[in-house]
Design a protein around this ligand. Structure first.
Ligand code: SAM
Ligand code: SF4
Length: 389
């Protein structure tokens, strides 16, 4: 997408607040997080009536991401606006029991194989340990990971481990306190580093570090972040900046492409493709070696959603903090699972609503046409924090 075109598609998007009711009884809503003002009926879906979460393009979703809250204690510029973010009312948030039920349906009826807890910032939820313990009680072998900014983690890492959390992805874009304060609009780098230390001590490993690179802000830190991560035994992952920001100021020109990230790392380390391959993982993984050494010093992952999209291999299904299924990060519609649950749907009813929603998953980036560079790409209304990254 050109910068000129990007701005043409970034203003307020006209989305009808109409809802559609499916044959399985679910409500499909435009992805604004707002309630619908009118409804229509959708014909019966030709989604499978049993089994897992298949879509029209032969993909099967087994990787469940559940957002437990939309609020956050940071305001990263690539994710949220500085202020004025409307929060979900408490009554619209899934309770711990509702999250537990939804995960149980995903695992026991739909074949979900792993769970990632996300937000907003999951640590903002005071009952997070309780949520994880409840999920763990139902699913003794389920890998449960969490994506967090780690602010406040120092006081909770051990309790989260004891509750059944398996491992962590921690977001950290810079090692400089001033850059951290500029990028997250909060002066909390020391809290993140304390959280990481506590997580390691609690045995919440392996820990992956997520960094979004922004031109002119932290793009000079690629090598120092890799060096720091390798030294501390963390896996460094760089994420291309995606058009999911609250300020709606994303431009394609500001994205640091994966090939440039690789080239920059190779000024200081040698990279070789990870022989374990990538599978359906979003990150392309590389072995990192220090100059002149044959031993692998660590690993780096690069998530190139913009310049080298991996939608054809996507295995993800998402549930927002208000219990709506998003089949794709960039979807323009969502299926309301929580209302069906509150209205008394049984497990098979909920599973069928989910199958129907995933059957309609778009081919790539919210559309059956491919790519964020499409001339008709439109940024979703919800920001990354409100979707659950
Ligand atoms: N608050 C937690 C955190 O920051 O780790 C979890 C939620 S956050 C939305 C999940 C991930 O999305 C983070 O790794 C963050 O860096 C990433 N993210 C947020 N906005 C993004 C954007 N516009 N492009 C790419 N990644 C983004
Ligand atoms: Fe909060 Fe995570 Fe978004 Fe940063 S990326 S504002 S920490 S939700």
């Amino acid at each position: 997408m050109t910068t000129e075109h990007a701005s043409a598609t970034r203003g307020p998007v006209a989305v009808s607040l109409g809802a559609t009711v499916t044959a399985s009884g679910a409500t499909i809503l435009p992805s604004t997080g707002a309630p619908a003002s009118r409804t229509a009926t959708r014909p019966e879906s030709d989604a499978p009536r049993a089994g897992g979460l298949q879509d029209r393009f032969g993909r099967v979703a087994t990787d469940l991401r559940v957002s437990v809250i939309d609020k956050c204690n940071l305001r990263c510029t690539y994710c949220m606006p500085a202020d004025g973010m409307p929060w979900l009312p408490q009554t619209q948030l899934m309770s711990a029991e509702e999250i537990r039920r939804i995960v149980r349906v995903a695992v026991h009826s739909l074949g979900a194989e792993e769970l990632r807890i996300t937000g907003g910032e999951p640590l903002v939820r005071k009952d997070l340990e309780h949520i994880i313990a409840a999920i763990r009680a139902d699913n003794p072998d389920l890998p449960i990971s969490m994506t967090t900014n780690a602010v406040g983690l120092d006081a909770r890492a051990q309790a989260l481990k004891d509750a059944g959390l398996t491992r962590l992805n921690v977001s950290l874009d810079t090692l400089h306190p001033e850059t951290f304060a500029e990028l997250t609009r909060r002066p909390h780098l020391d809290k993140v580093l304390a959280g990481l230390e506590a997580a390691r001590a609690a045995g919440l490993g392996p820990i992956k570090i997520n960094a979004v690179l922004l031109r002119g802000v932290n793009d000079t830190e690629i090598v120092s972040l890799v060096d720091w991560a390798v030294t501390h035994g963390f896996e460094m992952r760089f994420i291309e900046d995606m058009p999911l920001d609250g300020d709606r100021s994303w431009t394609e020109g500001a994205v640091i492409p994966a090939r440039d990230i690789r080239a920059e790392i190779e000024t200081a380390f040698s990279l070789a493709p990870d022989p374990r391959g990538r599978g359906a993982a979003p990150a392309e993984r590389w072995e990192v070696r220090r100059p002149g050494e044959t031993a692998v010093a660590g690993h780096v992952g690069i998530i190139s959603s913009v310049t080298e999209p991996f939608c054809a291999a996507c295995t993800r299904t998402r549930v927002t903090a208000d219990g709506r299924i998003r089949s794709c990060l960039f979807s323009h519609e969502e299926t309301d699972l929580l209302t069906a649950l509150r209205d008394g749907a049984d497990d098979e009813g909920l599973a069928q609503i989910w199958r129907d929603a995933m059957w309609a998953k778009p081919r790539a980036h919210g559309s059956d046409r491919v790519g964020l560079a499409r001339a008709d790409f439109v940024q979703p209304q919800r920001t990354m924090s409100a979707i659950g990254g």
